[in-house]
Design a protein around this ligand. Structure first.
Ligand code: PEP
Length: 253
């Protein structure tokens, strides 16, 4: 059974004191949730606060290069030094607002793995791509770019987050059955290059997850937790989501 994972992506929100308070509130709320793995991804400057006991630490982005004259970039080795265990790569905001291509995302993925951390590869279609029936094609290309760059073992130690772009920050989550169908497609796609990795690969759903809709989403067979944006900024809401994942795991479903 895959251990559910819930990750909070804080994006570019908060200040030092609010970050400290949010970490403390998440830590307090997470007590007793033993079956779910919980990870927070604060902005870079707040990584130095560390994650409380029992909570994992992740970064939201990383450079595609290992080191050198790349002003403003942060390397995977630096994130490793800050005790990050996970790094999000290819978030749709990076792809659309900062022009990251599938190739650049694959390079970032490789940098993260080279440092022994776990890349969280975000994949997903825009509303227009969905309307044109391109969801599977888009996602397959996003996954293939990583396999091409890293090789067939790419997903042996990785996480994929299915984040339909039209669901991010819109309050309009994918219907659980629709999300399940895409998660199943993702697992089958990975299985075509690495069957073993596919069975144990955690595939998170992201896009307007709240405490209220999390139980139904997480009840789906191929949804192994969530990548949470807006709701991760509210400790009570975030912990409600973590609780839903914890319940799935403790039921052994
Ligand atoms: C995200 O940006 O990864 C995300 C899932 O955002 P939200 O939960 O706010 O839709």
């Amino acid at each position: 059974m895959r251990r559910p994972l819930v990750m909070g992506n804080w994006k570019m929100n908060g200040r030092l004191e609010s970050a400290r308070a949010l970490l403390a509130a998440v830590a307090a709320g997470a007590k007793g949730l033993a079956s779910v793995e919980i990870v927070v991804c604060p902005p870079y400057p707040f990584l130095s606060l560390g994650a409380p006991q029992g909570i994992g630490l992740g970064a939201q982005n990383v450079a595609a290069q290992a080191e050198g004259a790349y002003t403003g970039e942060v390397s995977a080795a630096m994130l490793k030094d800050m005790a990050c265990q996970f790094v999000i790569v290819g978030h749709s905001e990076r792809r659309t607002l900062f022009g990251e291509t599938n190739t650049a995302v694959a390079e970032k993925f490789a940098q993260v793995q080279a440092q022994g951390m776990i890349p969280v590869l975000c994949v997903g279609e825009t509303a227009d791509e969905r309307d044109r029936g391109l969801t599977e094609k888009v996602i397959e290309e996003q996954i293939k770019a990583v396999v091409t760059a890293v090789g067939p073992a790419a997903f042996n130690r990785a996480v994929i987050a299915y984040e339909p772009v039209w669901a991010i920050g819109t309050g309009r989550a994918a219907a659980p059955a629709d999300a399940q169908a895409v998660h199943h497609f993702i697992r089958s796609t990975v299985a075509r290059t690495a069957a073993g990795a596919a069975a144990s690969l955690r595939i998170l759903y992201g896009g307007s997850v709240k405490a209220q809709n999390a139980p139904e989403l997480f009840a789906q067979a191929d949804i192994d937790g969530g990548l949470i944006g807006g709701a991760a900024l509210n400790a009570q809401e975030f912990i409600g989501i973590c609780r839903a994942a914890d319940t799935k795991a403790s039921k052994g479903s």
